[in-house]
Ligand binder design. Structure first.
Ligand code: PMT
Length: 401
């Protein structure tokens, strides 16, 4: 999986830098091209000569060459790389990355990198568990950086605890897994519905709900990151999102969502119904603002098409269809009924009264219910991580049926 991959390996000032030599050798053996950036303190732990010999490339240590003034372009490095791996990453470098400090070549390259960035921390246990380090790692995660957790064991200080950089073989396996995952939906078309729908009452009022679109957009990002071509049929949301593999089809009402999703459905390999579609719309949609009279006002509602159920009835052999169920009571039983009624492969249950789950929040706790009624329960996670769990489950269906 690493054949032809361009990897920037950043090495910082930790005793674990000695492992970077072996890591370089393993990456080379797997067919990767490696450019190494060594920080000023990194040079105290391992020599550029060793690393240049193993990587087959000059090791970069400074912004420019002191003898002839030639620049090492951090921007070009960032464009060249498929991935940037910082291993070992000290508490100091992690803190600077979190704070946007750019006082060496590794940090300027990090700030301009367009590729994914992976960090393998290495430090003493007290440094690792210090709230400042933990907060900095959370900040890096919020930037989308990936962390290869350190392991627990004997540390250079002689103490035992969590802080050892992961072993080079495991880091290579992690990278191989990562690149495998990146391409697992290559060539697949994925249709996702997301967000709320608004059902017009009059020119100023509508029936809507609290869906923010975050869950559906997180799914779109996951599939697109992993090689799929995504059609995202989205109700009105307030999210800033673009992705080269995602076409957003904005809609307002359930009728428009139905029309758009139905047009895209025949060419979809995978469909995920994550939208909170209004079940009813007003029979009459007034062209003028309804005036206040002081009397009761009755608005008669008529049911909207159940898009998931309709398309579930039209599914072709090989298509995978996934729904969501947002429940407030009898959650499992209601979700199972929807799974069968809509002819889905599995349904993702999230619950309104579960703190941190459902509408608008950045997290969700889900239970995946399969056709044979088996249930898989997941921890409360970010919606992005929930999207990965759902994609994993879909990938399992694709590969094992
Ligand atoms: O958008 P967020 O703020 O991130 O919130 C995420 C979410 C809570 C909206 C999402 O996780 C979720 O649960 N979406 C489905 C909400 C819902 O409307 O559930 P439901 O139980 O009413 O519908 C069951 C399934 O049928 C859903 O897949 C729904 O998209 C689909 N449906 C429902 C009605 C309808 N007319 N057409 C449909 O396709």
């Amino acid at each position: 999986m690493l054949q032809g991959k361009n990897i920037i390996l950043g090495i910082t000032g930790s005793i674990a830098a000695y492992k970077a030599a072996f890591l370089t050798r393993l990456l080379k053996r797997e067919g990767a091209q490696i450019k190494i950036i060594l920080t000023p303190y990194g040079k105290e732990f391992i020599t550029p000569v060793t690393l240049a010999t193993l990587s087959g490339n000059t090791v970069l240590t400074d912004f420019f060459h002191h003898d002839d003034g030639a620049w090492n372009s951090h921007v070009d490095l960032g464009i060249w790389a498929d991935i940037m791996l910082i291993a070992p990453a000290t508490a100091n470098t992690i803190a600077k990355m979190a704070g946007g400090i750019a006082d060496n070549l590794l940090l300027t390259t990090y700030l301009s990198a367009k590729c994914p960035v992976v960090v393998a921390p290495a430090m003493d246990l007290d440094m690792f568990r210090h709230p400042a380090t933990l907060k900095n790692l959370e900040t890096l995660k919020s930037f989308g950086n990936l962390i290869i957790e350190p392991t627990t064991g004997e540390l250079a200080s002689g103490l035992e605890g969590k802080g050892r950089m992961e072993e080079p073989e495991k880091i290579v396996a992690w990278l191989e897994d990562y690149f495998k995952k990146k391409s697992r939906f290559n060539g697949k078309r994925v249709l996702i519905t997301a967000g709320p729908t608004y059902e017009k009452i009059d020119p100023v009022r509508f029936i809507g709900n609290h869906s923010s679109g975050k869950m559906g957009y997180a799914l779109a990002k996951t599939f697109a990151d992993e090689g799929a071509c995504v059609d995202l049929v989205s109700g009105p949301v307030n999210l800033n999102f673009t992705h080269k593999n995602v076409t957003i089809h904005p809609v307002v009402s359930a009728g428009e969502m139905d029309q758009q999703a139905s047009a895209l459905f025949p060419s979809a390999d995978i469909v995920v119904f994550a939208a909170a579609v209004a079940d009813y719309r007003p029979v009459r949609q007034e062209n003028s603002k309804i005036k206040r009279t002081g009397e009761n006002l009755t608005i008669t509602l008529t049911p909207n098409t159940d898009i998931a159920a309709k398309l579930g009835g039209q599914r072709k052999c090989g298509q995978i269809l996934i729904g969501f169920a947002l429940e407030s009571d009898n959650a499992l039983a209601n979700a199972s009924k929807k799974l069968a009624a809509k002819n889905l492969d599995f349904i993702v249950l999230n619950q309104l009264n579960d703190p941190g789950s459902g509408f608008d929040v950045d997290t969700n706790r889900i239970i995946i219910i399969g056709k044979d009624n088996n249930q898989k329960k997941f921890e409360l996670k970010s919606k992005q991580d929930v999207a990965t769990d759902i994609a994993d489950e879909i990938y399992n269906l694709m590969t094992h049926g």
